[in-house]
Write a protein that binds this ligand. Sequence first.
Ligand code: SF4
Length: 210
Amino acid sequence: MYNIIGQALFISMLASFILSGMALLVSRWSLTRSVYLAGFFADVLDFFYLPLRQIFLKFSDTRVLDKWMASLKNRAHKSAFAKTKKRIVLAPHCMRSLDCPAHSTQTGIQCKSCGKCVFTQLKKDAEKYGYKVFILTGSSYVKNILKMEASDGVLLIACDYEINKVMRALKGKKVTTYGIPMENDGCFGTVVDYQKVLEVFEDFKSFPSL
Ligand code: SF4
């Protein structure tokens, strides 16, 4: 009896190891090319996220894991995101100027388009492509915004860790997420490659929401 239980445990551990290893490999490939079964492997990585994170913490950098996972999920979500009709952009407040005159509300920072940072242009371009922009001081704002703003497509501008975290939090909800990773993290003086933002707006420009 114990022998059978031992064998079953060994087989399931071996299967988990092989499956998560394959999923990691596919997520790494997703950075540079299209991959098959992106959604399935993204689910595998979500399932094993905590143990994998510990392994990356010990032997590599957890940011690498988040980067691979965010990339894989972008591949998995791309066609569904293209079909969304009411889209919003969620971006972090650490991208704004240190002299920002705007104040915070339940739905984030109320940008005054003062011209001191990227958000003046981002709001303008986002509106042109049919997105509404929200500037968040924390990922806990996401639920507030989605309660107040009916939307089916959420474009996340954030570090890989936050993109992956919000994608995991919104999994199974009636929204499709897509992410644009910033150039740096650290919640201070963060920067996004604006060309990448414009390219994403262009890629998904059909089905405008407004
Ligand atoms: S453009 Fe908006 S977010 Fe940027 S500093 Fe001015 S008010 Fe703040």
